[in-house]
Design a protein around this ligand. Structure first.
Ligand code: PLP
Length: 234
């Protein structure tokens, strides 16, 4: 964001929310953006402060940290799994996860479907797409996304709710924008198929450094950590 962050969570949150509203206005959009506060490495006390300040949804990228926070805080917030999800750890989050942003392979879809069935839950998932084609990133290849979705949309205990991506790691704004635009176009293509099984509501893209670009390109769910809590200490 370029600006110096304060240590005050409420101030930071208000600032992020302001920027979201301004960007929506600038982009001529009349819809809304859901803010996921990314709480990896952040302790419970500070998360509670964020919830007090208005946060309704938090995101974690590791199962262990997610389950610890679920145990500590219960149902006072929605829990999003935003990081790479190992198949053998699905069982630990299946009862409580609100939305999985990182569905990126068939073996994972099968496990989520099976575990969801066992606890009688339909699990909302976003398909994570690797738009830029960077080798090191998780996410299904853009060219394989439609075929993947056409398979998974028939799974009884998974509901696909949209797409997620992480922009390539670069300072080049045009490259970042291009990847967000690519995800947005892909969503439009999938919507145009008119599959009754699909509800492609969400486009989860944009983090602290690029959420405004993401909103300009159609994001309606952004995942912001540093912008709310300050720099993470690992
Ligand atoms: C850490 C993380 C974020 C938030 O990153 P910030 O730069 O701190 O806003 C968003 N999405 C994912 C998948 C992450 O792992």
């Amino acid at each position: 964001m370029g600006e110096i962050l304060t240590t005050n969570i409420k101030e930071n949150l208000d600032y992020v929310n302001d920027r979201i509203q301004q960007t929506l206005k600038r982009a001529g959009r009349s819809d809304t953006v859901e803010l996921i506060a990314v709480t990896k490495t952040i302790d419970i006390e500070r998360i509670l402060e964020a919830i007090d300040a208005g946060v309704t949804d938090i995101g974690e990228n590791k199962v262990q940290e997610l389950t610890e926070k679920i145990s500590a805080m219960g149902d006072i917030t929605n829990y999003h799994m935003i990081g790479h999800l190992q198949t053998n750890k699905v069982k630990y989050i299946i009862n409580d996860v609100h939305l999985i942003h990182s569905l990126d392979r068939l073996s994972l879809a099968k496990e989520i479907n099976k575990r969801g069935g066992a606890v009688n839950r339909i699990i909302d998932c976003l398909v994570q797409v690797n738009i830029s084609g960077e080798e090191s990133k998780y996410g299904i290849d853009k060219s394989e996304a439609l075929e993947f979705i056409e398979k998974v949309m028939n799974f009884k205990n998974i509901r696909i709710k949209g797409l997620m991506t992480i922009a390539p790691f670069t300072d080049d704004e045009s490259v970042i924008r291009e990847s967000f635009r690519g995800l947005s176009k892909l969503r439009d293509e999938i919507i145009s198929k008119n599959y009754a099984e699909l509800d492609m509501k969400y486009l989860s893209m944009g983090m602290t450094n690029d959420f405004e670009i993401a909103i300009e390109e159609g994001a309606n769910m952004v995942r912001v950590g540093t912008g709310i809590f300050g720099k993470r200490v690992y």
